[in-house]
Design a protein. Structure first.
Length: 362
């Protein structure tokens, strides 16, 4: 049976990093008995330019008919002045919501070869293996009412709503407990229960579910400000970090720096029916078109896709081993390198991963 993948490169470096990930998929298809087909679609700013909408109907139809989605990145200065619903970011939020991708898995695992690339001391980060599980389709990102309005006194007011229902919390907490069961069996739920009612409620729903069904997993709770500090002070204390949409956005960027670069972090966004894979970084307009970006987060996202959506754990392990191999060989893109002059290009990095993969097959 042929697996069908939707490829949405998006904006900025999205095109470049996805091109390298596609080289990897091509190698797998040709050499590893892997029956896969793909089709490209538009999302973000490029979709707005072509169709006047950041998540066009054609893309929606494409992803609904696919076994998995691979996405690059969206956004850029060109589209910053558009009305909010037309901006590239709105396209990303729309596809997440449309596919109900409520569970966002963002693993921050330190590669030994990159201990020196981090801004933190090697002894602090050596052995870090954290899985951030971020709620992705509710919370303050989607809560109503929201807006910017005029006030009678001539001022304006900007406002958003943070809300979570029992079922929204339970379904993401379940994913965290289940993930912990095949890891170190520890979940730390991050909230701001001392100030925000919505997350006080989050804490109580997580605790109740834990007591009812997951007592084999150790559950702790932490305020988000403390968690931000602990991530830098002693990151090895964390196994699974469970958190809300906004806190997860922030903490996963922070966690990425433990690994040396945000260019290393893959992610999987999962719903009951659909799944989408994307690097956690953005479209990096400042380096776009220069063949400088690090494609490894996207290539590692392909590994997650192979594992979670395509039932090919064997190939996921191959891809991860190939990434390890190129890092062992000393290859570094600019984000990981202390010396920009000797840094590998995006395409050189992709080619090297492909060569390592083929080596594994020899
Ligand atoms: C991410 C990004 C997005 C988010 C932006 C681009 C809308 O920062 O995936 O982490 O805030 O979720
Ligand atoms: Mg983010």
């Amino acid at each position: 049976m042929t697996l069908n993948i939707a490829i949405l490169p998006g904006d900025g470096i999205g095109t470049e990093i996805v091109a390298e990930a596609m080289k990897v998929l091509q190698v797998l298809k040709q050499n590893f008995n892997f029956d896969i087909a793909w089709q490209y679609g538009l999302i973000g700013g490029v979709a707005y330019d072509a169709d006047g909408c950041p998540y066009p109907a054609a893309t929606q139809a494409l992803v609904h008919g696919s076994d998995a989605v691979l996405l690059g990145a969206v956004g850029g200065p060109k589209w910053e002045r558009l009305d909010k619903p037309l901006r590239p970011e709105a396209g990303l939020l729309a596809i997440r919501k449309d596919l109900d991708l409520f569970a966002n898995y963002r693993p921050a695992k330190v590669h030994k070869q990159l201990l020196q690339a981090s801004t933190l001391k090697p002894e602090v980060i050596n052995g870090v293996d954290i899985l951030v599980i971020r709620e992705l389709v509710s919370g303050i990102y989607f809560g109503q009412p929201r807006g910017i309005e005029d006030l009678p006194d001539g001022q304006q007011r900007g406002f958003n709503t943070l809300e979570y229902t029992t079922s929204q919390i339970e379904r993401i907490a379940r994913k965290a407990f289940e993930a912990a069961r095949v890891r170190d069996r520890r979940v730390c739920s991050i909230d701001k229960a001392n100030v925000l009612e919505a997350t006080e409620f989050w804490r109580s729903v997580v605790s109740d579910l834990h007591a009812r069904e997951y007592t084999d997993v150790a559950l702790s709770h932490m305020y988000v400000d403390n968690a931000a500090m602990q991530l830098i002070r002693a990151p090895k204390q964390f196994d699974v970090m469970l958190t809300t949409n906004l806190f997860g956005d922030i903490l996963s960027d922070e966690a990425s720096m433990l690994t040396g670069s945000i260019g290393m972090l893959p992610s999987a966004s999962m719903g009951e029916k659909f799944a989408m894979y994307e690097p956690i970084h953005g479209s990096a307009p400042d380096i776009s078109g220069q063949n400088k970006a690090n494609p490894l987060a996207t290539i590692l996202s392909v590994a997650m896709m192979l594992r979670f959506s395509l039932a090919r754990e064997d190939l996921a392990l191959h891809v991860e081993a190939a990434v390890d191999q190129v890092l062992d060989d000393g290859l570094r893109t600019a984000d990981l390198s202390h010396d920009a002059d000797v840094a590998a290009s995006c395409s050189a990095m992709g080619d090297a991963v492909c060569t390592a993969l083929l080596g594994a097959n020899a």
